[in-house]
Design a protein around this ligand. Structure first.
Ligand SMILES: NCc1[nH]cc(CCC(=O)O)c1CC(=O)O
Length: 305
């Protein structure tokens, strides 16, 4: 019988996402045996330093990629927002699943939203993108680092370490915590990470059998949106070192991309927006990146060539 082994991180969200993909693959290919190969990654283990300090988001991928190269897994499942703009090595992304809720969530036990926070309130997030947008809206807030998986972050909020935290709606909803969302932080006022809410399957680029199986789950509309967002981020050399936010929506064949680059230090932000036909996702991303630079984004970016 044909089999497929999915490498996954061990966090509750990663396991949920990988099980979701396994179910979808079994549905698409009756008779296919799909199993999970749970692995620990450096990004999960080192929680006392920022992701930027320990080498960026690629840390979540590397161990899973090595398992594929060793032949211990056929594919890996990731949150696309954690996948670097340029894959390194002999890998491909044959399936991007339909996007869930793209928005960030304001989570608090005492307050209804960012505007309702008292002066100087402690808000937990280690994301430079979220810090910059919080600063832009409320210069008085006391931003505090907060890493760890979704469950850990909620537990620290409940312990009273923070007055509020910001998380992705998609992660909360997948783990059964939708009731913790006090407010959705929505465009145009607040933008998510490029590709937030989209799950992706990574395979070896030469493995045609596995790529064909996975491609059955690819969702063209989601791929077009996240391609525009990721092309914008790529053109800005975006990574977790840089506060870049992007959101594209597709409406009757027209793709509209909103982008933001900001400063986590003082909350200044540059914004830009443009539309293009769905076939021009990459060009749209580059165009919005260019507009952002014209709007002053370069001063917030570490080093542009
Ligand atoms: N940074 C970790 C991460 N990667 C993906 C998600 C949420 C799920 C998604 O965006 O698909 C999260 C948690 C969060 O940001 O709250």
């Amino acid at each position: 019988m044909e089999t497929l082994r999915i490498a996954t991180r061990k966090s509750p969200l990663a396991l949920w996402q990988s099980e979701h993909v396994a179910e979808a693959l079994r549905d698409a290919h009756p008779g296919l045996m799909v199993s999970l190969v749970p692995l620990s990654t450096r990004g999960d283990e080192v929680l006392d330093r920022s992701l930027a300090a320990i080498g960026g988001k690629g840390l979540f991928l590397k161990e899973l990629e090595l398992a594929m190269l060793r032949g211990e897994a056929d594919c890996a499942v990731h949150s696309l927002k954690d996948v670097p703009m340029d894959l390194e090595g002999p890998f491909a992304l044959p399936a991007i699943l339909p996007r869930a809720d793209h928005a960030d969530a304001f989570v608090s036990n005492h307050h209804d939203g960012i505007d309702a926070l008292p002066a100087g309130a402690r808000v937990g997030t280690s994301s430079l993108r979220r810090q910059a947008q919080l600063r832009a809206l409320r210069a008085d807030l006391a931003l505090r680092d907060l890493r760890g998986n979704v469950n850990t972050r909620l537990a620290r909020l409940d312990d009273g370490d923070y007055d509020a935290i910001v998380l992705a709606c998609a992660g909360l909803e997948r783990l059964g915590f939708a009731s913790r969302i006090r407010a959705r932080l929505d465009a145009p006022r607040w933008l998510p990470a490029p590709a937030q809410g989209a799950i992706v399957i990574e395979t070896r680029d030469r493995d045609a059998r596995v790529q064909a199986l996975c491609a059955a789950l690819d969702h063209a509309d989601t791929r077009a949106c996240v391609e525009a967002e990721r092309a914008m981020n790529r053109a800005l050399h975006g990574s977790c070192h840089v506060p870049v936010a992007a959101f594209a929506r597709l409406d009757a064949g027209l793709l509209t991309l909103q982008g933001l680059v900001g400063s986590a230090v003082d909350g200044r932000v540059a914004r830009a927006q443009a539309s293009a036909s769905v076939g021009d996702a990459e060009a749209l991303g580059r165009h919005v990146a260019h507009s952002l630079l014209e709007a002053g984004a370069a001063q917030f970016l570490p080093s542009l060539p």
